[in-house]
Write a protein that binds this ligand. Structure first.
Ligand SMILES: *[C@@H]1O[C@H](CO)[C@@H](O)[C@H](O)[C@H]1NC(C)=O
Ligand SMILES: *[C@@H]1O[C@H](CO)[C@@H](O)[C@H](O)[C@H]1NC(C)=O
Ligand SMILES: *[C@@H]1O[C@H](CO)[C@@H](O)[C@H](O)[C@H]1NC(C)=O
Ligand SMILES: *[C@@H]1O[C@H](CO)[C@@H](O)[C@H](O)[C@H]1NC(C)=O
Ligand SMILES: *[C@@H]1O[C@H](CO)[C@@H](O)[C@H](O)[C@H]1NC(C)=O
Ligand SMILES: *[C@@H]1O[C@H](CO)[C@@H](O)[C@H](O)[C@H]1NC(C)=O
Ligand SMILES: *[C@@H]1O[C@H](CO)[C@@H](O)[C@H](O)[C@H]1NC(C)=O
Ligand SMILES: *[C@@H]1O[C@H](CO)[C@@H](O)[C@H](O)[C@H]1NC(C)=O
Ligand SMILES: *[C@@H]1O[C@H](CO)[C@@H](O)[C@H](O)[C@H]1NC(C)=O
Ligand SMILES: *[C@@H]1O[C@H](CO)[C@@H](O)[C@H](O)[C@H]1NC(C)=O
Ligand SMILES: *[C@@H]1O[C@H](CO)[C@@H](O)[C@H](O)[C@H]1NC(C)=O
Ligand SMILES: *[C@@H]1O[C@H](CO)[C@@H](O)[C@H](O)[C@H]1NC(C)=O
Length: 472
């Protein structure tokens, strides 16, 4: 038996014991029966578990036609049994960096690739699918680098609709006041007939890169631009909209570079509520709990929990990884479902593997969120960046590793799927109410997206130079 395997079983045993103690204390007898039934599965499938949920059946998802430098998994979205994975740097035919999106359908045991989406009018360097969002039969996918008329990098968003068997491109969304360098679509979300799409680099008045968020509404056949959301106290270089969240008629929009007091780039989050026709700004969220120093660790990352009491979001807790280190970028990705939150630290080292990546699982226990489990890919390697994107829907957790090497193809990318088995509480019942009640904010989420964009830019420039020199 390899040392790693032994260590793994030890961890499993320790976790199991702590689980056992907890359950005994709680004396919910039927819960323990459930875990006993699952124990065999656990060891067979090599998964880890915390006190109240199991992650089992790790499945690895690859693009059928993946190639080096596709960055498959740079974006992820999920709704029901459909998930969409973006490969924003993928070649389409012979067109460089045009981008593709892959549709997967889960049949209960496996995610099967169903269709590959490309933009009907895609061009080189559009970076289609840098972000994707799905809600039922609707999906929106961005091309933030796409040219509109003579405006380079104004950005476009493509609307696809599922007719039951096939996703058809139905509309190309363009902003009414778009300009060059807006990067429309850097973040986007769709929820039923509502969609919020950001142009985080857009100028507002004379403020460059203050950022705007566009509200589009579907009237049954067509998405119409209805409102442009702007931060009431926005300033140049705030990058409003670089982080977005929507749930029903409420939305939270980040301005990760906003100055607070004398602190540049402290960041703010704006709470908007839709009254049926209009999104009104209701609150500006700023972290107020004392700013704990993380020793001497720079870029370790923190996540903040806010709770809504019906009218107001109050800061409740700061989450810090138990084993955090410098440059982990903890909270550069995150997802929340009911009382469980998943927080990525895709730069975290695992053993001697630098930047393999980890996902931390927190669970709310009465009043406090506790770290319960650290999730690591079973076949993880250095520089994979597991946890780059995390999405959760009901019982599925997807986490991507877009920098994974597949058979000598560097940065081709992988996605991992886990089935979440909730033991101690019924998440399905509470998800709806709680998803509007809690919020987690990654302090460095925006910086991270920006870094990704920069990496992509550097990458094409180098690649173009390479292509040119190959031709010579
Ligand atoms: C996916 O879910 C839809 C709607 O619930 C269902 O009709 C379909 O059969 C499911 N697909 C598979 C492969 O199970
Ligand atoms: C689901 O898909 C996998 C892979 O294509 C296949 O092996 C399996 O039999 C399918 N399961 C069901 C229930 O259809
Ligand atoms: C998606 O469209 C199909 C075919 O029109 C329909 O059967 C299905 O109910 C729709 N699903 C959702 C979630 O609206
Ligand atoms: C769905 O769209 C595809 C491709 O456009 C088409 O071939 C198919 O007939 C459509 N199915 C339905 C049920 O409309
Ligand atoms: C923008 O700057 C110009 C020149 O400095 C000034 O005339 C104009 O009033 C400014 N516009 C706004 C909206 O601040
Ligand atoms: C979206 O709008 C159309 C037309 O107004 C309506 O029929 C449909 O029920 C709406 N869908 C949702 C999810 O609200
Ligand atoms: C939806 O919007 C489009 C474009 O504005 C318009 O042409 C169409 O009549 C509208 N449809 C409905 C049902 O309102
Ligand atoms: C900001 O800095 C100035 C000058 O250093 C200082 O006078 C002021 O009190 C500071 N304000 C806050 C809110 O810390
Ligand atoms: C938003 O939706 C909730 C629940 O549907 C409702 O109680 C609330 O009044 C709505 N808010 C506004 C401003 O319409
Ligand atoms: C919604 O808010 C807008 C802007 O504040 C206001 O003009 C409108 O009257 C409100 N509508 C409702 C139904 O309250
Ligand atoms: C931070 O670094 C300083 C100087 O290297 C060292 O003296 C101090 O103990 C460190 N603090 C922590 C909490 O590691
Ligand atoms: C919600 O929180 C705010 C700010 O802390 C407070 O003023 C308000 O009274 C609270 N409302 C309720 C219903 O508890």
């Amino acid at each position: 038996m390899k040392l790693k395997t032994i260590q793994f079983y030890l961890i499993l045993l320790i976790l199991f014991n702590s689980f056992y103690c907890k359950i005994q204390k709680n004396s919910k007898s039927n819960l323990f029966d459930k875990i006993l039934l699952k124990e065999e599965d656990l060891i067979k499938s090599g998964i880890e578990f915390g006190s109240s949920l199991l992650l089992k059946d790790e499945k690895i998802i690859l693009a059928s036609d993946g190639k080096a430098d596709d960055y498959f998994g740079a974006s992820l979205s999920i709704s029901g049994n459909i998930s969409i994975t973006g490969s924003p740097n993928a070649e389409v035919g012979t067109t460089d960096s045009q981008g593709k999106a892959y549709i997967y359908e889960n049949n209960g045991t496996y995610w099967n690739e169903k269709q590959i989406l490309v933009a009907s009018d895609g061009e080189a360097d559009d970076i289609f699918a840098l972000d994707t969002s799905i809600s039922g039969n609707y999906s929106i996918i961005c091309s933030p680098y796409a040219k509109v008329g003579a405006n380079s990098r104004q950005g476009k968003v493509y609307f696809f609709e599922n007719n039951g068997t096939y996703w058809n491109e139905k509309q190309i969304l363009i902003t009414s006041d778009g300009e060059s360098g807006d990067y429309f679509g850097t973040s986007l979300l769709i929820s039923g007939n509502y969609s919020l799409i950001s142009s985080s680099y857009a100028k507002v008045g004379n403020n460059t890169r203050q950022g705007k968020v566009y509200f589009f509404e579907n009237n049954g056949t067509y998405w119409n631009e209805k409102q442009i959301l702007i931060a009431s106290d926005g300033k140049a270089d705030d990058y409003f909209g670089l982080g977005l969240s929507i749930s029903g008629n409420i939305s939270l929009i980040g301005s990760p570079y906003a100055t607070v007091g004398n602190n540049t780039k402290q960041g703010k989050v704006y709470f908007f509520e839709n009254n049926g026709t209009y999104w009104n700004e209701k609150q500006i969220l700023i972290t107020i709990l004392f700013m704990q120093q993380l020793g001497n660790n720079t870029n370790q990352g923190k996540a903040y929990i806010f709770e809504n009491n019906g009218t107001y979001w109050n800061e409740k807790q700061i989450l810090i990884a138990s084993d955090g280190e410098s440059d982990d970028y903890f909270s550069s990705s995150l997802s929340i479902s009911g009382n469980i939150s998943f927080i990525g630290a895709s730069y975290a080292n695992v053993g001697n593997n630098s930047h393999q990546g980890k996902v931390y699982i927190y669970e709310k226990d009465e009043n406090y969120w506790n770290e319960k489990q650290i999730l690591i890919a079973s076949d993880g390697e250095a520089e994979n960046r597991f946890g780059y994107q995390i999405v959760v829907f009901q019982n599925y957790l997807l986490s991507s590793s877009p920098y994974t090497i597949i058979e000598n193809s560097s940065n081709q990318g992988k996605v991992y799927s886990f089935e979440i088995i909730f033991i101690s509480n019924n998440i399905d019942e509470t998800t709806k109410t709680n998803s509007q009640k809690y919020l987690i904010i990654g302090l460095i989420i925006g910086i991270f997206i920006l870094i990704s964009l920069i990496i992509f830019i550097i990458f094409w420039k180098r690649r173009k130079r390479k292509t040119r020199s190959n031709l010579i």
